[in-house]
Design a protein around this ligand. Sequence first.
Ligand SMILES: Cc1ncc(COP(=O)(O)O)c(C=O)c1O
Length: 385
Amino acid sequence: MEPIHLFVPTFRIDESLAEIRECLEKGWTGLGFKTVAFEEAWKAYSGLPHAHFLGSASNGLHLAFRLLKEQGGWQAGDEVISTPLTFVSTNHAILYEDLQPVFADVDEHLCLDPESIAQRITPRTRAVCYVGLGGNPGRLAAVRDLCRERGLKLVLDAAHMAGTWLDGTCLDGRHAGADADVTVFSFQAVKNLPTADSGMICFADPALDQDVRKWTWLGINKDTYARTHSAGGTYKWLYDVEHVGFKYHGNSIMAALGLVAIKYLEEDNDHRRRLAAWYEEELQDLAAVERVPMAPGCIPSRHLYQILIDGRDEVIVHLNEQGIYPGVHYRDNTLYRMYAHGDGMAPRARRASERIISLPLHLRMGRDEVRRVADGLREAAQARP
Ligand SMILES: Cc1ncc(COP(=O)(O)O)c(C=O)c1O
């Protein structure tokens, strides 16, 4: 029987090759050309006012804290409230800037619980880093209100949220990030908008959007593309270096893949939502399975379909024996040695981390594959003592 994998990216191969071919024919594969076009396409799609294309979301999360720290005059050791139920990029980004991740607990959506965040606020808290796990906004609106009330910056790790509409649809809704100070998307190979490795950083503040373009190219105040295409053409070699920056910008080959993928994002996410609805139907009578509720009123990207189940590890082995390969998103980060200082601060996240499974969800699946996964789960649940 065909294996059913957790993620299988789908690329529109001929269209993608045509976009990439243009880069190769023009002799421009780096920053500029397609990266500028992709930033425009992302703004037009999401309605977010600013967007800068990056090498990865990990780069973007680092930049979010770098620029907010600089703008706000934050000090080393200042605190950022974050979730332990995430990929380590989220929390590493806080540490890159010598800030302190302080772990709050998650709610039933497996996103940060606003009440737990409120309990963690101290005079040194500067920001909340919120992860929309699997594309679920959870209680993001309440967290936004709390941040506004308490004067904290809101960083949205939207790695899973390409195509999550907080309310309304693609035509009239607000995309995830509409109320955050900065939002970072991942377009890594298995995400909803797949390239190979890239991301987008979207600041609300236009000044930070301008600044970040220098930070992503080593602190140089005029990029090669701007220099090559600037009016007049004189002194193209002349630029200033304002500070130590990073090499974090995206390139035109990744943007070429993104320009094709964005055209299909809504259609692809519709298919993901259909798969999720079939899972809901198939699993509703399976008492052993606890389903993770989606925030009401949103249209989620459905990057993941997650369930909680006792005996998770044995269930996964059982599924593997049937050729079904689910995933785990994520292990409670405080189980990792370097985040052990947060151990015990988020009991609900710890419990979820022991029971969570991401079921296979990708565009090559249909109803039959969903049924096969559900049948596998049913057998695994019955096999348990
Ligand atoms: C929640 C979360 N944040 C950040 C990242 C980092 O994304 P990237 O691989 O684009 O650096 C990921 C990637 O898996 C993620 O899942």
